[in-house]
Write a protein that binds this ligand. Sequence first.
Ligand SMILES: *Cc1c(COP(=O)(O)O)cnc(C)c1O
Length: 422
Amino acid sequence: MIEFSKELLALADEAEAALAGEFAHIAKVSHENTARVMAAFAEHRVDAACFAPTTGYGYDDRGRDVLDRIFADVMGAEAAFVRHSIVNGTHALTIGLFGLLRTGDVMLSLTGKPYDTLEEVIGIAGTPGNGSLADYGVEYRGVEMINGRELDYERIGEILRSEEGKRVKVCFIQRSKGYLNRKTLTVDEIGEAVRFVKSIRPDAFVVVDNCYGEFTETKEPPAVGADLAIGSLIKNPGGGMAETGGYLAGTAKAVELCSYRLTCPGIGLEVGATLGQNKHMFRGIFYAPHTVAEALKTAHFAAYIFRALGYAVEPAPEALRSDIIQTVITGSAEGLCAFCRGIQAGSPVDAYVTPEPWAMPGYRDQVIMAAGTFVQGASIELSADGPLRAPYTAFFQGGLTFESGRIGVLSAATEVLRTCNT
Ligand SMILES: *Cc1c(COP(=O)(O)O)cnc(C)c1O
């Protein structure tokens, strides 16, 4: 068992007492989201037949169809599909973008540079000829947020009203700050952006990268008019239970177009054997509101502890969240490595492993990662990483249970104090 100092345990008690208001808010959100999920389960008559594996073409897979309906309802969308065969969030987003965009169209990002792995999909990085959107003649434009805090409506409006604006087929919004130094958008802010876009270009699709945002609030982007919300099941909506997969939810028209990219034009959602994965995904969406609440509590707790120890944290401990990501500026390479070592040692799986920085393909600086997870790379489970460059920021998220997340955070604090205060 990991031993924590008396001082640190006292600080942990202080943190929990100080965060009672935030924890109560998180519980309220979780109650409301759980009620929405359970209403969808009842409405669509979830039963044991939904968990039966199918093989081959997977015709008449009741569980698959019911789960699609449940995701649609929970997201406030007209339609959705959820598949274990979507390998990650990038794949889900790729299905969404290729499903909607055609040669000559423009994709306009309203939140600046999209997530790293999308650059090769769009064709602003990587090898020409690999089959990116650019290879197919889809153009990309991005509008940076003002000071990383708000959407640049003036510039977005200018582009949408211009001659080129007539070719904008997709307006793209990344809800979470991801690993960037910007604000995470709330669902209401996304709704405002949708209304703005549609007031100028009613036929343009608004597509939201919803990764890390699901269930942190009581509604999701399709409920405020987004044509698509897209995410990964090894993050929030898999509840720590789904073993792999992704989802797309939105308007019937957008989801249908994307279903032809998921499988084939003309075939869409009528096939796809689920091989016994349905139960994990049903369990995942059932647990997701609760698991996200545990991850949020862990993030607030980490913010409190590390701010008290003198480190800059973002968001602040008392700030309400629209995603599960917490950053701690460790200020040194030793500090960042110590933070990750502590998270790893305070994880349920691979606690004996020591993470080391390595030269990850596609990154300029070395990167260190900690993930002692049941599902490989699952970041709804306690995990941390960061590039080895100033100011040595640790990006931290997840925690399947607050009790275990609390141990992970205290373990990280112990390791950082031992390394940096000598
Ligand atoms: C995680 C994430 C993705 C997708 O990443 P995968 O590793 O492919 O699942 C995309 N956008 C954001 C903002 C993310 O956090």
